[in-house]
Design a protein around this ligand. Structure first.
Ligand code: ADP
Length: 169
């Protein structure tokens, strides 16, 4: 009998990108389902409010016909994982730079919660350069986000980012 492991994919998703969606698809393929945990992260400089980040994710998941739960959380990821009964944390790794950061975070999480395992997946090579930060920084100045964020949310994300553009003067 196949043992079901519940997996949690935590992140800021400010906003959700094609890279995130790639990781989500791999998670669903591996685990059958997935819970996405969206950090409120009041300390982080975020552009999209939590309600919008959740809504964008739900739109993307609906469009991709993926039955994935999306929940906002505060505090430690491992505490939230235990709360929802997830044994695995799913993370995406794009580069060696990502890996250094991800490794220290995974070791810290293991220290805090030895029963929670972190699993890394790498995205399709077309997304190894893609980050939510790059999307924010280019979108603010009017760059097309085609291929960077899923088409079903592209217009909304482009408009919202352009509204954040600092006015010269
Ligand atoms: P970002 O790093 O883009 O700001 P998050 O903080 O929301 O995004 O990241 C959540 C997780 O998703 C992290 O493990 C991050 O490495 C991963 N991730 C983000 N973008 C990609 C991508 N293009 N390919 C693979 N993993 C990614």
């Amino acid at each position: 009998m196949r043992r079901m492991v519940k997996a949690l994919y935590p992140g800021s998703f400010d906003p959700v990108t094609c890279g995130h969606l790639d990781v989500i698809r791999r998670g669903v393929e591996l685990f059958g389902s997935l819970v996405i945990a969206v950090g409120r992260n009041p300390a982080k400089q975020l552009i999209f409010p939590i309600e919008v980040r959740l809504e964008l994710l739900r739109t993307v998941l609906d469009d991709a016909k993926l039955a994935v739960e999306v929940i906002a959380f505060d505090g430690l990821v491992v505490d939230f994982a235990k709360k929802v009964g997830a044994r695995c944390l799913l993370r995406g790794v794009r580069s060696a730079g990502d890996f250094e950061y991800e490794l220290s975070m995974a070791q810290m999480n293991r220290h805090l919660a030895p029963s929670v395992e972190t699993l890394f997946v790498m995205p399709s090579s077309s997304y190894t350069f893609l980050s939510a930060r790059l999307v924010r920084e280019s979108g603010i100045f009017g760059a097309s986000l085609k291929g960077f964020v899923p088409e079903c949310i592209r217009a909304t994300v482009e408009k919202r980012l352009q509204e954040q553009r600092p006015h010269a003067g």
